[in-house]
Design a protein. Structure first.
Lengths: 116, 247, 138
């Protein structure tokens, strides 16, 4: 089943790789280091919330979270095969990885729909 | 200046032993020698029983591929001067079964090459009276790089997937398929895609990139495979979004 | 059968070298490859962190304040530092490989890889500046 949609999953992997490559470093830098360490004042809740409810921002956040999740799923799945030299149990690993990404995507969509 | 250099060479004589062993030879160190010259010295002067493949000694036949200090190389292209003070370890190409000494079984590789239908496929052959198939320099440029492969198998020895999954079609064979897919005279891309759009085909590749690094002819098989994945994904989206479209 | 043929016929046959369980540790190129692939774990971690952030944002000011406080703890600062390092490694290895996929032909020749890569690095800088601009200049 998974093999028939491999080209599609690979495209998601590519999209996630590009999104995370281009956007994650600045997000991590600001959200993970600059703001918590107080190098610059963090934006307040009202500003961020107002930004997040805009439909464009919601789409941006969906892309920011969902594509990288599928990037992880695809890459991690093959790495597990290679590092543990798996011949059996591959379908289960694939199901767990893409399943987790799908669950994350569904939660993200739900949260973004109710953020208003 | 060193007078001699030591070679540590893998031996395997199936009629005498069940596992490979190593044997050391002291050969003259000559600045203009390559590793193949040293092996030929061993065979001519020290041990005529040493078995290995070689032919053109100038990097075009693809026969003399071996592991030199753990890296797949054409022994006719590796100068002794790269290794002056240490012993040089020479082993048969990795990830292939060993027949004898430095000679590996290439039957599987040859089968993979023919499995991708490496010839011009036409829906309708032109008769000779209609003249030749024309091709512009720009059209040639699209696939020329992938046509430079000399079947030396260094890329197979560099690719961990070849080692982990013996059914994997492999870099050279998939690059060869692309050589024909991208040839403007060919009409067989759909046929080859059906063969290689599988895990044993292009999807087994995880873009390690070592195949391209070791290729002596700059074929860039890794690039060929990633472009093939892109082509397959494009076909997938076309078939899903435009199911009525003909190819 | 001659003596040689007899010996060969009774021989051990082709020898298959086993692949070590640690095949990826013994070779520098393979190790760098596995590290590159494992950056995906850190990409996944930050995706989950971002989801946590968006969830906190949707639950109100108190929930978001709790999220911000958690992120300021030493444990999370250290984690995010590691995440940043591995994601930067992902970015650099990814952008360096983009020219393999993005092949542009102009005038019958392929545009050099360096130009494609440089364009994507430029895009990275522009997008990062845009995000920083939005979050820092309010």
């Amino acid at each position: 089943m998974v093999r028939g949609i491999t080209p599609f999953l690979w495209t998601l992997f590519g999209a996630g790789g590009m999104v995370s490559a281009l956007l994650f470093p600045i997000h991590i830098l600001l959200i993970g280091l600059v703001f918590p360490l107080g190098w610059v004042d963090a934006p307040d809740y009202d500003f961020l919330h107002g930004l997040a409810i805009h439909p464009i921002t919601r789409l941006y956040l969906l892309a920011l979270i969902s594509f990288p999740l599928f990037h992880w799923a695809h890459r991690f799945r093959y790495t597990v095969y290679d590092v543990f030299q798996m011949t059996g149990g591959r379908q289960l690993i694939a199901f767990l990885c893409y399943g987790a990404a799908l669950v994350g995507t569904v939660i993200t969509i739900h949260t973004l729909l109710t953020i208003g | 200046m060193a007078e001699t250099i030591e070679l540590t060479v893998a031996r395997y004589r199936p009629e005498e032993e069940t596992e490979p062993t190593f044997q050391s030879y002291e050969v003259p160190y000559r600045e203009d020698w390559v590793v193949l010259d040293a092996l030929n010295y061993v065979k001519d002067q020290l041990d005529g029983s040493l078995s290995y493949r070689w032919s053109c000694r100038m990097g075009v036949c693809g026969s003399c591929g071996m592991m030199v200090n753990g890296t797949p190389k054409l022994t006719c292209a590796v100068p002794l001067s790269d290794y002056v003070s240490k012993p040089i370890r020479i082993e048969p190409l990795q990830f292939f079964p060993i027949l004898r000494d430095l000679i590996v079984d290439i039957g599987g590789f040859l089968g993979k090459l023919s499995s991708v239908k490496p010839w011009i496929i036409r829906d309708n052959d032109q008769s000779p009276h209609e003249g030749e198939y024309s091709q512009t320099p720009a059209e040639l440029d699209v696939y020329k790089q992938f046509s430079m492969c000399i079947n030396c198998m260094l890329c197979y020895s560099a690719c961990p997937v070849v080692g982990l999954e013996p059914e994997f079609t492999g870099p050279a064979a998939i690059a060869l398929a692309q050589r024909y897919n991208l040839d403007s005279r060919d009409q067989g891309a759909a046929e080859r895609l059906a063969i290689l759009d599988e895990h044993e085909g292009m999807w087994g590749c995880t873009f390690v990139g070592e195949c391209t690094k070791v290729c002596p002819k700059n074929v860039d098989p890794a690039g060929a495979i990633q472009l093939y994945k892109r082509a397959s994904a494009t076909e997938w989206f076309k078939s899903v979004l435009l199911p009525w479209g003909s190819r | 059968m001659s003596e040689v043929e007899q010996r060969l016929a009774g021989g051990a046959g082709p020898y298959h070298r086993p692949i070590s369980l640690w095949w990826w540790l013994g070779n520098r190129a393979y190790l760098k490859f596995i590290i590159r692939e494992l950056t995906s774990v850190f990409v996944g971690i930050f995706a989950v962190l971002s989801l946590w952030q968006v969830t906190a944002l949707s639950e109100g000011p108190e929930a978001y304040a709790a999220f911000v406080d958690r992120l300021a703890t030493p444990g999370f600062v250290f984690l995010n530092g590691a995440v940043l390092l591995f994601v930067l490694y992902h970015t650099i290895t990814w952008l360096n490989l983009v020219p393999t996929i993005v092949v542009v032909r102009l005038g019958g020749r392929r545009v050099p890889d360096g130009i494609i890569a440089a364009a994507h690095y430029g895009l990275w800088v522009v997008l990062s500046a845009a995000v920083a601009g939005i979050l820092l200049v309010r």
